[in-house]
Design a protein around this ligand. Structure first.
Ligand code: DUC
Ligand code: ZN
Ligand code: ZN
Length: 467
């Protein structure tokens, strides 16, 4: 026994109970009361603290070329920040190049991640070229490598049309993969962008208006229909609108394996942020929606229509965000020239646990959406997502009494600002273990660059809304 965490209150998706938890060779080796340490066992007193499984952030964009630049956090900075917020696994998006086989996409991105990541990681492949059988068939080679989830974009110039999306869905049913989707109506978005710009409407508010509730909602419904037609499971990423929540809930009531993820920014902010002085800092896609949508998302979490919480972590510096005012080449900017994305990787678990601590949801629900469900959905529950004997010792010790006001200066990423600045949290992680190694303690990162491992995911098959 290498480590014994004593007298804490263990929280899983299902139960909360007082127990000791023992770690041997990076795995949870025993859970029980009055566990006996061995001679060299390190003992940690967790009295008065919660002991939780590490979070799984199922949606990050680290070192990703996007919007004319590269997202600020590389695999080291991003995973360092993750560890300091109690996140012990990240699923990053590996964007396929044109004509690049998907297994090669994984190898290309893993060359960066394997030397840098400080916590364990895996990938979803961002499918950008599904134009030939060779490309689609390469999904199977990625699955053989343990990369079993894919994402298609219904927007952006690298997005896919409905036919290609449908083919990817069909393929997924044959190879044990899960398809995620970024759902926004591209054509309507483009029309609105042109109309607003022609009218001289250039501020970030028009980013939100050009990707408003209906623009997202229509695409959510269409994506669900395509999945039903293909007989496939579907995972809607970063769901941010009420119509989408309702469409997911309805499909699940009908028994379809339709799943949804939301992100922390949609839980805390509303579209009012696009009226702020630095509204550009909040520009992300999908944009943050109105209060009605925010309420629907919280209800979706409470009633189980929304399965997971993630971040869509994709930070840019403030000077890059200012390209919405003046572009790189000195010409006037507008809402389309702001790189899309915000930081959040370090804030997800502290935020949702704080909301649990304040009584909005239970701690069990927070663990379910931030850890247990992502592990199940992405074929990783043989390693991660709970506190069970035999699983990786990815453990967070949480002090429910600690008060923290989020400040970028105290965050551990490489970004120069955060949309979370000034947000007050009740409770905070005080220690994070990644496979039994202490990677964060009392505000300090203690992990090591390159210690994170690439995780091989199991094949994924759902016959109904099991998660
Ligand atoms: N949305 C963002 O805000 N950033 C990265 C990609 C995305 O879809
Ligand atoms: Zn997206
Ligand atoms: Zn994303």
């Amino acid at each position: 026994m290498d480590l014994l965490i004593r007298d804490g209150k263990l929280v899983t998706a299902k139960t909360t109970f007082k127990a000791d938890i023992a770690v041997t060779n990076g795995k949870i080796s025993a859970i029980g009361t009055k566990l006996k340490p061995e001679r060299d066992t390190e003992i940690v007193d967790a009295k008065g603290k919660l002991v939780l499984p590490g979070a799984i952030d199922g949606h990050t964009h680290l070192a990703m070329p996007f919007g004319g630049t590269i997202s600020t956090d590389d695999y080291f900075a991003g995973t360092r920040a993750a560890a300091c917020g109690g996140t012990t696994t990240v699923f990053d998006f590996a964007l396929q190049g044109q004509g690049e086989k998907m297994d090669d996409t994984v190898k290309r991105r893993d060359a960066l991640a394997s030397v840098d990541a400080a916590v364990d990681y895996s990938f979803h492949i961002g499918v950008c070229d599904a134009t030939t059988d060779e490309m689609i068939n390469s999904m199977e080679d990625a699955v053989a490598m343990g990369i079993t989830s894919f994402k298609v974009f219904m927007v952006y110039d690298f997005g896919v049309d409905d036919g290609s999306f449908y083919k990817v869905l069909q393929k997924s049913t044959k190879i044990g993969a899960l398809v995620g989707v970024h759902a926004e109506n591209n054509d309507v978005n483009k029309v609105l962008v042109k109309q607003y710009l022609d009218e001289g409407k250039v501020e970030p508010w028009w980013h939100y208006m050009s990707k408003n509730e209906e623009v997202e909602g229509e695409a959510d419904v269409r994506a669900i229909n395509l999945a039903k037609m293909a007989g496939a499971s579907l995972y809607i990423v970063h769901l941010a609108d009420k119509e989408g929540v309702e469409a997911v809930a309805q499909a699940r009531r009908e028994g379809y394996p339709i799943f949804a993820e939301t992100c922390t920014q949609y839980l805390h902010f509303t579209n009012e942020v696009y009226k702020r002085e630095r509204a550009q800092d909040f520009v992300c896609s999908p944009p943050i929606k109105n209060k009605e949508s925010q309420d629907a998302i919280w209800n979706g979490i409470k009633n189980g229509s929304i399965s997971t919480l993630a971040t869509d972590h994709c930070p840019f510096t403030q000077s890059e965000k200012d390209w919405g005012i003046t572009q790189k080449d000195g010409s006037p900017g507008n809402f389309t020239t702001i790189p899309n994305g915000c930081a959040g990787i370090e804030n997800m678990y502290p935020y949702i646990l704080s909301m649990a601590n304040k009584g909005k949801i239970s701690f069990n629900k927070a663990v379910e959406i931030a850890s247990t469900n992502p592990a199940k959905l992405f074929g990783l529950n043989h390693r991660k997502g709970s506190l069970d004997v035999g699983l990786d010792a990815d453990i967070v010790i949480y002090d429910p009494q600690k008060r923290v006001t989020i400040a970028n200066d105290e965050m551990h990423g490489d970004t120069d600002h955060t949309i979370w600045e000034g947000v007050k949290l009740k409770g905070y992680p005080v220690a994070t273990y990644s496979r039994g190694r202490l990677v964060f303690k009392d505000g300090e990162f203690l992990g090591k660059r390159g210690d994170g491992q690439l995780l091989r995911c199991k094949k994924i098959e759902f016959n109904g809304p099991e998660v």
